[in-house]
Design a protein around this ligand. Structure first.
Ligand code: MLT
Length: 372
């Protein structure tokens, strides 16, 4: 198997790939891709490509639907970097509240000044910022990251409102019962002193920190975006900062329009940049990619269903097809697992008798057939 690297992937993950795999940046006719943030939207994929594994949660740098149409399975690593992003979000709450970045800039100007300590006492009133204890934090998106931020904020004495109409059962279990679940997003906007977004970039979430929503927010609200650039509307954020509606905007995605502007606290997409998160993501991405390429098992795909089948028989086959396609008669006689998601069905079958791969391929609706 050939694996092409589009970004640096931690070695502790790469060493988990089978020794027979060829891995590198110059690989051609690859069977798998490992990627972090490289944009693959304009990439022409070879026919040999069966899977893309993203070492991270967001997949907006990958043409997920186009991949599904071509039978290319896209994986991500949900939760693997959640603690890293959570910790930076907690830092962001405090940085924006206590005006730490501005205060640090001022402190730098004192270098070599013999009156530094006197000036510190004179000027410190310019950098007064509120405590977060007792304030309300609105968390939009209660997945592994948002849920972690909500729990941490409770521990710091905040009141926490959480909004997530799509929360998984696992996420709900992990959430502290003191987080107030709200069904109406407007309540988050109206009642929060701080709002943090932890949702993917989707048509339904783009611009969530913008226009009419900002108008509903409390005066002096502080906004945190460690999720994706396009969740915020830059012009509306800048207008809110200018008018005082927004006291501070923390972004991990500084666009040219936002960088350096008053009230903007920015970091260069550092949410998951910890050694621990990079290792966790690499291990998860490599394990999932190898298990698919070697055994046909799918776990944590964003465009195909989760399907797993233990190996006990001689012949094994994976079939990606349009939902409703019928290949039952051609794969019967052994063990079978299948799942359907977003209009696609994945079927993994094994049996002692050989499969007629060409016959399965010729069924209308079948997209890709792979023998394992
Ligand atoms: C993610 O999608 O998991 C984050 O943006 C982290 C990253 O890729 O650096």
């Amino acid at each position: 198997m050939k694996i092409k690297l589009y970004n640096k992937i931690a070695k502790c993950g790469l060493t988990r790939l089978p020794a027979t795999f060829q891995v590198g940046e110059e690989i051609r006719e690859e069977n798998g891709i490992l990627v972090r943030s490289a944009d693959l939207h304009e990439t022409a994929f070879p026919e040999s490509l069966a899977a893309i594994a993203r070492a991270g949660a967001g997949v907006n740098n990958i043409p997920v639907e186009k991949c599904a149409e071509q039978g290319i399975v896209v994986f991500n690593t949900p939760g693997a970097n959640a603690n890293a992003v959570k910790e930076l979000a907690v830092a962001a709450l405090l940085l924006t509240s206590r005006l730490v970045p501005d205060a640090m800039e001022y402190a730098k100007t004192l270098a070599g000044n013999p009156d530094a300590l006197k000036l510190v006492e004179k000027e410190k009133s310019r950098f007064v910022g509120p405590e977060i204890m007792g304030k309300t934090l609105g968390v939009i998106g209660l997945g592994a990251i948002g849920g972690g931020v909500a729990n941490a904020a409770l521990a710091l004495g905040m009141r926490v409102l959480g909004y997530d109409p799509y929360a998984s059962v696992d996420a709900a279990w992990a959430l502290d019962s003191a987080v107030e679940k709200v069904d109406d997003l407007d309540r988050i906007f109206k009642e929060s002193d701080y709002i943090t977004v932890h949702v993917p970039s989707l048509p339904s979430t783009k611009g969530i920190l913008g226009g009419a929503n900002i108008a509903k927010m409390r005066d002096g609200v502080r906004l945190l975006n460690l999720a994706r650039a396009d969740l915020a509307v830059d012009a509306d954020i800048l207008a809110g900062l200018e008018s005082g509606k927004i006291a501070a905007y923390y972004t991990d995605f500084p666009t040219g329009a936002l960088a350096g502007q008053k009230g903007v606290v920015a970091t260069p997409h550092l949410g998951a940049s910890t050694p621990e998160a990079e290792d966790n993501c690499a291990v998860m991405a490599c394990d999932q990619l190898a298990d698919y390429l070697v055994n046909g098992n799918i776990k944590n795909s964003v465009n195909m269903p989760a399907v797993k089948l233990g190996r006990s028989m001689e012949n094994r086959i994976g079939v990606i097809m349009k939902e409703g396609t019928d290949v039952e008669a051609l794969v019967a006689g052994g063990n079978l697992a299948r799942g359907t998601r977003g209009g696609y069905t994945y079927l993994l079958a094994e049996r002692d008798a050989a499969f007629d791969v060409e016959a399965i391929k010729s069924v209308g609706g079948v997209i890709r057939v792979t023998s394992y």
